[in-house]
Each structure stands twice: as C-alpha cells, then as structure tokens.
Design a protein around this ligand. Structure first.
Ligand code: DQA
Length: 150
C-alpha cells in the first residue's frame, strides 16, 4: 500500500466544460473517482489536490514530502510552461514523479512546447485525454513494485 498524490494545477477544476474539444467531456470529479477506485484495486491510497494558486500547490508538495507520500502524478497545467517555483518544490520533495497532460502540448502553440517538469519526471504521458491519469497510475504501481523488490 502506497500513498500516491495526484496534483492538478490551474483551470483543471473546469474539466468537462473547459474547451471540451481539447480536454474532453469528463469532469475532474469523474477522473478522480476513477483513479480512487483503480488505486484501491491496486492496493494504493490516492490523495487528490487541485488548486488554481501556485502557492497552494507548493504548500501541498511541502506537506507531501513529510506525510509518507510515495509517488506523485502531476498535471501542472499552465504552470508547466512558467513555474520555476513549482519545479523547485517538486525537486525539494524528492518524490518520484510522472508528468501528465490531457492534451499533447507539442501539437499546440509553441509556448506549450517547453516544460519545466519533463526533465525531472520519470516520464511524461500526454495527448490521450483523461486516460493519461490511469496510465500514470499503472506506471506508478509498476515502479513502486520494482522498488519494493529491490
Ligand atoms: C494541460 C496542457 C497545458 O498546456 C495547459 O495550460 C493546461 C492543461 C493538459 O492537461 O493538456 O492547462 O496541462
């Protein structure tokens, strides 16, 4: 049993209504409910936190560093392309992290092509809609199993 933090950045609370042709029809609540049941089936505890505020995301990362969290699945949303502060908070947490994006930032505006997180992530999963979260959870599970075995 591991505690896995799923962290979502700004505007992701508007999933389902926000640009549905890009981000899909599912609400964040539906995505999180699916993750919680998948997590339970895999024997993990899913903690979810979404904020539109950079400082709140940073504070949550600081808490995760000390509360027994074992893994981070992170969609920094627009902060992907702007936030050195959040990058530093991820590094300070020392948590293994998978970066996720519902859309494929490389197929969109050029300013979305740079991520402050990809080079510090174990991997990045993007462009597959809400499925990126479930895929990241499966990958986190596999990685945690491998770590336990070593
Ligand atoms: C996003 C991609 C970002 O470029 C954008 O600012 C978001 C969402 C995604 O999940 O596709 O808010 O992270």
């Amino acid at each position: 049993m591991a505690r896995i933090l799923v962290l979502n950045g700004p505007n992701l609370n508007r999933l389902g209504t926000r640009e549905p042709t890009i981000y899909g029809q599912r609400s964040l609540e539906e995505v999180v409910a699916d993750l919680e049941s998948r997590g339970e089936a895999l024997g993990h505890q899913i903690e979810h936190f979404q904020s539109n505020a950079e400082h709140a995301l940073i504070e949550r990362l600081h808490a995760a560093a000390d509360d027994g969290t074992a893994f981070l699945i992170f969609n920094p949303a627009s902060f992907t392309h702007t936030s050195v502060a959040l990058r530093d908070a991820v590094l300070a947490s020392q948590l293994p992290m998978i970066e996720v994006h519902l859309s494929n930032p490389h197929a969109r505006e050029t300013f979305r092509r740079h991520s402050y997180f990809s080079d510090i992530a174990l991997g990045t999963i993007s462009g597959l809609g809400h499925k990126v979260y479930a895929l990241a959870l499966d990958a986190a599970h596999a990685l945690l199993q491998t770590r336990k075995a070593n």
